[in-house]
Design a protein around this ligand. Structure first.
Ligand SMILES: Nc1ncnc2c1ncn2[C@@H]1O[C@H](COP(=O)(O)OP(=O)(O)OP(=O)(O)O)[C@@H](O)[C@H]1O
Length: 764
């Protein structure tokens, strides 16, 4: 690229920056004046306020005056907010005004146009844009095509333009460091240099290098279900974060970050991604793991943790039962069962008072099923609560005459009496009237827990109902379809009961349990949530997805996953897509496949994909690196020495390292040994722990979604990874590495490595 072009572009950039600075000064002035006005309004608030309370008109006038002052304040706050947001965008643009330039023509006779694209828009006059936001409709042509004819969506429909120049810039502190012109034959230089950088503990935004197929995901506004199958490192997570930023821009004023929710695999992952949206000038969406979402609603039950679930060794029968409980068939059966509760079989509990039955369950049942047949569960429950409250109120008078009330009143001290009288006048016609007054108060107070229990529907018994439902399932599902005998099923129900008695529950039971509860109580779901994102979808079952659809009835779903990385659901994940397709309107479903992997070097990607046998397609990005290494140590001590040597090499070359072990036990032992030998490492033990800088030791099931410069697979041995269904796990671990991958085995290496062509790694 001739220097004259660079000089010309620098001149243009200087001119833009100068205008940005002018705009910054103006924004600062507006902030100051809004702040000054606000302080002024607050100060004069009392003086300006016309307080007249002697007549109705006077009161009205006062209210109006307050309202006017409030409006003035709100307006000032609005303009302050507006100017502050503008200033922060301008600040970002001052350092890096834009990252691309596009020259195009709308038709052969149209005037050629030039636009610059950056992290936000900037115009010096209302219609004169010096920088376009990367999310503006026109900016799409930068991502979508090469040179020549490219189409993009506008609010008025599709538009095609002839792109004549696509130029990318790297700008630092207002200076152009490099610039490239892109055409079909040149590899995307910016992408290559972005990917060659060292990893950080925080993910960064990818707006400057979004790829065409990722752009389709980011800008989709039609699908109710957008399903992305993407190879490890293909930018699924990156794409959804930019998608959130895009949606917040596209629907500004109608959508806020609180209406967007991301279900992520673990807390570490939340930490890892939490800078991307702020970097793009947006607020973070609601982020939760499914475990937190479900667990939060079951405070009295201990739900199985990821580590426990990972450590479970299930018998084939237990696997079949889990498959059934996670299926859509089961979801439909629970729906069915809940519907039948409208007619019979709802289980009730006595309402008690002072250890005695106050309203017995037979009475509650009579009320509940006494309503008109077309009452559904929600209004049936509501009407029952109202009837029970009426009974409670009627019982106040008779309860007032009981002995305990009399005794309680006699024992009241002054303070308690004062509390009972409250602000009520204390003049009574007679002592009897006074007693009546106090007795009513005492009874009402004592009935308070009953009132609460009624309002909270404590007379239902979700545990008993859940068990009743499980026992009833063979009448609703043909167990043979799942190769389960009735005896096996009954045994599994007994097991669930035992667990429930100890307040424990397997993850596979939590969703049916919550769903049944929501159906029983007529809960309708969170209607305010508009976009729900699910990452690592292969670890969910169809029941959970159907439940989420039920829980967020107005939301559009984006689901991302990699069937190759199904470490929990294993082979079941393949039926997931099929089940999903029945849940959403096919016309409103879009499936996108990403096969290009960006995370790792060509060498790491080639090696990892050969761990899989019949995997989904993965194409390596053309970025060179060293070959992965496989080391077989003679014993554990030798293995640890090899880990230490590798960590030292990585540290010396500034490669951040994660040592990934199979389970927590292996990781704990290794951490102790390393610490004993003065190697500084942090052990990550649970999904709730935060990400730490420096070398970390992390068990496989918590490494999901993360990436590191260098990965050491600890115990890549035959004793740890031998079964065929562990291929996906080993693949997931190895695919966390960006630049360097070292497998260290003890005694004998894992046979799963045997199928990898020998020229794709080095044996040490
Ligand atoms: N278009 C892009 N430009 C620059 N970097 C990219 C691009 N797409 C992906 N990357 C980078 O590639 C790496 C992998 O991306 P990401 O974590 O989103 O992949 P993923 O598909 O979610 O992977 P996995 O399923 O293995 O967790 C990240 O460092 C990301 O920043």
């Amino acid at each position: 690229m001739p220097d004259s072009i660079k000089a010309q572009e620098q001149k243009h950039l200087d001119a833009v920056i100068a205008k940005i600075k002018v705009a910054e000064t103006a924004a600062k002035k507006r902030i100051d004046s809004a702040e000054g006005d606000e302080a002024g309004i607050r100060k004069n608030f009392v003086n300006d306020l016309r307080i007249k309370t002697d007549s109705y008109e006077g009161l009205l006038e006062t209210a109006l005056s307050v309202r006017q002052q409030q409006q003035l304040l709100a307006e000032r706050q609005n303009s302050w907010q507006h100017a502050t947001t503008e200033l922060s965008t301008l600040k970002r643009l001052e350092d890096k005004s834009y990252f691309a330039r596009i020259d195009f023509q709308e038709g052969p006779t149209a005037k050629p146009e030039t636009i610059y694209i950056g992290l936000g828009s900037f115009s010096d006059t209302p219609d004169h844009f010096l920088v376009y936001d990367w999310r503006a409709p026109i900016s799409s042509i930068y991502y979508d095509g090469e040179l020549g004819n490219v189409s993009y969506q506008t609010p008025d429909g599709e538009q095609t333009v002839d792109v004549q120049l696509k130029r990318q810039f790297q700008i630092e502190d207002g200076t152009i460091v490099t610039l490239y012109d892109t055409d079909q034959t040149v590899t995307d230089q910016m992408l290559l240099s972005a990917l060659s950088e060292h990893s950080d503990t925080k993910m960064k935004s990818i707006v400057t290098t979004i790829q065409k197929e990722q752009n389709r995901i980011i800008r989709d506004t039609h699908s109710d279900l957008l399903f992305v199958q993407g190879a490890a490192g293909s930018g699924k997570t990156a794409a959804i974060l930019q998608r959130v930023a895009y949606l917040l821009y596209r629907y500004r004023g109608h959508l806020n970050a609180g209406q967007v929710m991301l279900f992520s695999p673990n807390q570490l992952f939340n930490d890892y991604i939490d800078q991307v949206l702020p970097e793009l000038g947006e607020h973070n969406m609601v982020q939760m793991t499914y475990y937190q979402y479900a667990g939060r609603r079951l405070p009295k039950i201990e739900v199985e943790t990821l580590a426990q679930r990972f450590g479970e060794v299930n018998t084939p029968i237990q696997n079949r039962i889990s498959r059934l409980k996670g299926s859509l068939t089961f979801f439909d059966a629970v729906t069915n069962y809940a519907d039948h509760l409208e007619g019979r079989d709802m289980v009730f509990r006595n309402i008690k008072f002072k250890d005695k039955v106050f309203i017995d369950k037979e009475k509650i049942e009579e009320i509940y099923y006494g309503f008109n047949r077309n009452y559904h569960l929600a209004n049936r429950l509501q009407a029952t609560k109202e009837a029970l409250i009426r009974i409670l109120n009627r019982r106040i008078s008779s309860e007032m005459r009981t002995k305990w009330v009399e005794e309680t009143i006699e024992d009241l001290d002054r303070e308690q009496l004062n509390a009972l009288y409250g602000d009520d006048p204390r003049e009574f016609e007679s002592a009897d009237k006074e007693f009546q007054f106090l007795a009513r108060k005492v009874v009402m107070k004592a009935f308070d827990p009953i009132r609460k229990a009624i309002v909270r529907a404590r007379f239902l018994s979700i545990n008993t109902q859940y068990v009743h439902m499980l026992r009833d399932m063979p009448n609703r599902i043909d167990l043979n379809d799942f190769h389960i005998t009735t005896a096996d099923w009954q045994a599994s129900v007994d097991e669930t009961i035992e667990k429930l008695k100890e307040r424990h529950m397997q993850l596979v039971d939590t969703t049916p349990y919550l769903y049944l509860y929501d159906k029983m109580t007529g809960k309708e779901g969170e209607r305010n949530m508009r976009y729900v994102f699910l990452d690592e979808i292969q670890d969910y079952n169809a029941f959970q997805l159907a439940f989420l659809k039920f829980s967020f009835p107005r939301a559009r779903f984006t689901m991302l996953g990699d069937l190759n990385q199904a470490i929990f659901t294993k082979e079941n994940s393949r039926t997931l897509l099929q089940e999903l397709s029945t849940m959403f309107d096919p016309d409103k479903t879009k499936v996108v496949q990403l096969t290009q992997s960006y995370r790792s070097t060509q060498q790491v990607t080639d090696f990892t994909k050969h761990i899989l046998k019949n995997g989904e397609a993965v194409t390596a990005f053309d970025r060179e690196g060293e070959l992965p290494t496989v080391t077989v140590a003679s014993d554990e001590a030798d293995g640890i020495a090899k880990v230490i040597a590798q960590v030292q090499r990585n540290n010396a070359e500034d490669e951040t390292t994660a040592i990934i072990g199979k389970d927590l036990e292996d990781c704990r032992r290794l951490t102790e040994e390393l610490k004993a030998q003065d190697v500084a490492v942090t052990l990550i033990q649970s999904e709730n722990q935060r990400l730490a800088p420096g070398v970390i030791v992390v068990p496989s099931f918590l490494a999901k979604g993360l990436e590191f410069d260098a990965v050491i697979v600890w115990q890549a041995s035959a004793s740890r990874y031998a079964a065929e269904d562990e291929r996906q796990l080993l693949y997931t671990i190895c695919s966390r590495a960006m630049h360097r991958l070292s497998l260290i085995a003890v005694a004998e290496r894992s046979p799963l490595v045997a199928g990898i062509p020998e020229d794709e790694y080095e044996t040490i």
